[in-house]
Structures are given as C-alpha cells and as structure tokens.
Design a binder for this molecule. Structure first.
Ligand SMILES: [Zn+2]
Length: 332
C-alpha cells in the first residue's frame, strides 16, 4: 500500500515527465496497437470509394505511381493504393501508410515538412493520424512532431531512440509517448500490417527498418541512399553493423525500397548495390593494408572504379574510406 502511494505521488509524475509511463505501467513492452484510437470513434470509409489521384483506388494497378500532391517543392507520391512517400528530393522523405482505421506516419522531419504533409494527407483522406513513428534519433528526421501530436497521434520510437532523446532533448523534437523494445514489433492497424525491425547498430540509435509484408515494401532512412557513396564522413554510422543490417534487410521479401533521401523509391536491387559497395570498400582497404601500404595514405589513394558512377564518388570516397579504416583500426 505504502509502495503504491509512493509510486503514485512521487514516481508517477516523474515517469510522466520523462514520457516513458505507458511502457512501464503495462509491465513491459507497450503494445503499439493499444496506443491508438481509444477515445476517438472512427468509421472506416468504403475502401472501394477511396480516391487515389484522379482515379478510384480500386482502379489502380499494383505499382501505379501517382503524384497526388505537388506544391513545387514537396510531393505526396502514391506507391501503392495505401502507401505513400511525402517529401522533397532536396531534403527528406517520410512514409505515410493509410489503413481503414487511420494513418501511420514515419518521421515528421521538421515543422514545415510536417505541416505540409498534414495538408497533403488531408487532400486524400480525413482519417485520423493515429501513429507518428520515429525511424531513429537524429533531429534532422524527427523535428516537427508537435504538428501530429497536437491532433492526437501517438509518438512512438524504439527504446534506444527514446533514451537518447531523454539525454539529448531538442525543443523541436517531441519525445516519444511510448517505445518498443527488442528487434521486432508488429503493428496491426485495421487492414494493414506494419513490421518494425531493429537489426543492431547501423546508424544512430534505435534505427528502425519498416516493412509492409503485404505490399512487399521497405522504408529505409539514411541506411540506403541509392546510387550514391556513403554520406561524407559517414556520421554516426557503424560500417560493419551497417553491412549486417543491409544483409538482414535483403532477407525480407520485398520488391520496392522507399528511401528518406534522393528519391522516393526504387527496386530492391539498389539495397544490394549499397551493401556491395560497403563490402567492396572494406575488402579494398584490407587488401591495400595487406600490400603494406601505409594506412594513412589509403583513403586518398583508394579507387573503386566499379562505383565511379555513384553520386559523390569523387568528393566523398576518401571520407568514406577514413570511416571504414578507423573502425577496422580502432574498433570505433
Ligand atoms: Zn540519421
């Protein structure tokens, strides 16, 4: 009794203040499915009557891509009848999943992006946005979540993302309302299944791979930017873990990869190309070291001619090589 009172008076406000209560009160991993809809009545529309671009959704082909919103900078692109990419080739993309019980959004990016995304979503449906999920901890993908939190979306992330955000608060980033733990979480919302995977260290904290098994689609944030070498010095990347994560992703049954940068989506083979690039970079560095070449000159002299067509090959290959070399050398 006394313990319960202490919990209520002292610990509960503390837990509420750090935003982890739902998980702790439920005695373990929060059930993401239980986080939504309560208190808000919602009637699913007749899906045959949903409008997709200038057609009824029921008239669409499997992979009929339609731009349903375009303001000259941001676009909402329909990948399948219920899966959309929102964003800009100059900045970042979010994932939007429409179900018959509400909308799931992955990554708000920033306030302007989030406000415009909401406006774009409202051109296709009035359904509630029930979930806002963060892909990982980096502020450049998860700012602006207040826009969705204010209209009732529950903000969810992997526990590693949530803990990092506790230690590194940013006024532009809404802290997760609840988290999921471990390496797998399934969210079933209405007629749609969304699987969340955490394959270990790759980039940032709690990097989550989003998989829609029925649509055979993955959404990959920062860990695959197609036809491009790694971003500059590969900030907050663990190259070996990154390779492992891509190997795990390749085991999923998907034919379309959606991205956060450069373009909205592409074929599964683009994931394999990035994994092969990382492996070939590592193998070439090892080979140069085996030849007795001074490690300090390897990054400035390395060549991977097979990848010359990759964007930023001339500018960033040297920086990529430093990152991989330092991990091999120092374990970091
Ligand atoms: Zn990142």
């Amino acid at each position: 009794m006394k313990t319960r009172r202490i919990f209520t008076i002292i610990l509960l406000p503390l837990l509420l203040s750090i935003g982890l209560t739902p998980a702790l009160l439920s005695g373990g991993t929060p059930d993401a499915f239980a986080l939504n809809i309560s208190g808000r009545a919602y009637t699913a529309p007749d899906s045959d009557q949903m409008v997709c671009g200038d057609k009824l959704c029921s008239e669409l082909d499997e992979r009929d891509t339609i731009i349903v919103y375009d303001d000259g900078y941001y676009q909402l692109v329909q990948i399948t009848p219920n899966v959309y990419s929102f964003g800009s080739e100059s900045a970042a993309f979010s994932l939007v999943v429409r179900t018959n019980q509400g909308i799931i959004v992955v990554d708000p990016v920033n306030q302007n992006h989030a406000e415009t995304m909401l406006q774009a979503i409202r051109t296709i449906t009035n359904q509630p946005i029930t979930h806002l999920i963060y892909s990982h901890n980096h502020w450049d993908h998860i700012g602006g979540g207040q826009v969705f939190s204010d209209i009732g979306a529950k903000v969810l992330s992997h526990i590693d993302t949530a803990l990092w955000l506790e230690e590194n608060p940013n006024p532009k980033v809404v802290k997760p309302y609840a988290y999921w733990e471990g390496d797998f979480k399934e969210i079933v919302l209405g007629d749609t299944k969304l699987e969340l995977y955490q394959f270990g260290p790759s980039h940032g904290e709690g990097m989550t791979v989003f998989y829609l098994p029925d649509e055979k689609i993955v959404f990959l944030v920062d860990i695959v930017t197609p036809n491009r070498v790694g971003f500059t010095i590969m900030p907050d990347f663990s190259p070996k873990g990154w390779e492992n994560t891509l190997i795990e992703i390749e085991k999923l049954d998907f034919d379309t990869a959606m991205y956060a940068h450069k373009k909205a989506y592409g074929p599964a083979s683009e994931v394999t190309e990035i994994r092969e690039y990382l492996q070939d970079l590592r193998v070439e560095i090892m080979s140069m070291m085996d030849q007795g070449i001074n490690p300090m000159v390897i990054p400035s002299t390395i060549e991977l001619t097979e990848y010359e067509s990759f964007e930023y090959y001339d500018q960033w290959l040297e920086m990529n090589a430093w990152r991989v070399l330092l991990e091999m050398w120092m374990g970091w």
